[in-house]
Ligand binder design. Structure first.
Ligand SMILES: CC(C)(COP(=O)(O)OP(=O)(O)OC[C@H]1O[C@@H](n2cnc3c(N)ncnc32)[C@H](O)[C@@H]1OP(=O)(O)O)[C@@H](O)C(=O)NCCC(=O)NCCS
Length: 336
């Protein structure tokens, strides 16, 4: 399946859209890096280090869970004057110049990534890719995250109804001051303990049911496939239980320093859970987290611990409300 080629003004090679293949992912990483570097430098960011391993892993997860939402834009290879165009479009392919990845999680459609090579931007290619992956998702709630320093994406997504509504703050650093942890009567149970329980599978089943219930009650949808990805990445999860054994939340930390996702039944637990996660691991470097402004207790706890705000905020955009971000902290900007 190949979408119709776009126009090629001034004799430039035509650009075709096709579903992504695993072998395309390194080229997508290159487009991502070029797209972010070009405007990042313009708004005063330092040049991005070329650390691509984690991003390749993330793209692999996106392609594995949502292959229908992952498309690439490929320029036709120029062929010598007078030569016949190849019959097989794939054999005439030039470089990948843009890609898009969109996820479907229950009733929510989420634009995870859309990147266009700088030389091809603002010529309608981002819009073409977006229209391609939006097809058939009219019934869904639509959402994405953007960079507040990027007017093009914020304008483009707003034209599709996904308007920026909520800032997400990046907090980075090592704890320098103690902060309150869990209150009396709430205990943290490591996911690993539940997974390693009796061989009848009761522990993993209880964990999976609790995660689904908490996610539906806070984020608005369950996403077991993303929890599986977090486990494979080595993130360390905790289930929070009250004295009577009822589950009141979950949270993740990791040795590479990522904090989140977090989901809590009651917003009053957001600060204490963040305090617990900060004390649960000693990261190799700094901690880092993307915290929605409405999860104000998590922001306050991280600032009280000595973490610092970094960079411009990101923005969560949606057409219809779907989540309670006072009680939910996302995985990343690319997968809530
Ligand atoms: C953001 C990005 C994916 C958009 O793709 P693109 O091919 O450049 O965008 P398009 O040309 O299809 O569409 C841009 C739209 O924004 C509009 N636009 C651009 N700047 C605008 C502004 N300041 N105010 C209002 N509208 C603006 C254009 O008019 C166009 O709208 P239209 O299609 O309704 O005419 C691409 O520019 C990119 O990769 N940027 C760098 C990386 C990035 O920021 N990615 C998104 C991460 S949040």
């Amino acid at each position: 399946m190949t979408a119709a080629p776009g126009g090629a003004p001034g004799g430039a090679p035509a650009i075709r859209l096709r579903p992504a293949q695993p072998g395309d992912l390194p080229a997508c990483v290159g487009v991502w890096h070029a797209g972010l570097t070009e405007y990042g430098v313009r708004v005063g960011r330092p040049e991005m280090p070329p650390t691509f391993g984690p991003l390749l892993g993330l793209l692999g997860h996106l392609l594995a869970t949502d292959p229908d939402g992952f498309w690439v834009a490929v320029a036709d290879a120029p062929h010598p004057a007078g030569a016949m165009a190849a019959h097989d479009p794939a054999s005439a392919e030039g470089p990948i110049v843009a890609f898009v990845s969109a996820l479907r999680r229950e009733h929510v459609w989420f634009l995870s990534m859309l990147f266009v090579q700088p030389a091809h931007q603002e010529r309608g290619l981002g819009r073409r890719l977006l229209a391609q992956v939006l097809a058939g998702a009219d019934d869904a709630t639509h959402a994405t995250c953007t960079d507040s320093a990027q007017p093009i994406s914020n304008a483009l997504y707003s034209r599709f109804g996904m308007v920026p509504r909520l800032p997400v703050l990046e907090l980075v650093g090592r704890p320098e001051r103690p902060v309150a942890g869990l209150p009396d009567g709430i205990r943290a149970v490591p996911f690993d303990l539940l997974r390693a329980g009796p061989t009848d599978g009761a522990g993993p089943r209880r964990l999976a049911a609790a995660l689904d219930r908490l996610d539906r009650g806070t984020l608005g949808y369950a996403h077991p496939q993303d929890h599986a990805y977090l486990g494979a990445q080595g993130r360390l999860g905790y289930l929070y239980e009250s004295g009577d054994g009822s589950v009141v939340g979950y949270g993740y930390a990791s040795e590479v320093g990522r904090l989140g996702p977090i989901a809590v039944e009651d917003a009053i637990l957001m600060g204490p859970v963040m305090g617990h996660l900060l004390g649960s691991v000693r990261p190799a470097g700094a901690f880092s987290a993307w915290i929605p402004g409405s999860a104000s207790a998590a922001v306050a706890t991280l600032l009280a611990a000595g973490l610092r705000l970094e960079d411009f905020p990101a923005l969560v955009c949606w057409d219809r409300p779907f989540a309670d971000f006072e009680r939910y902290v996302p995985i990343t900007l690319a997968v809530l």
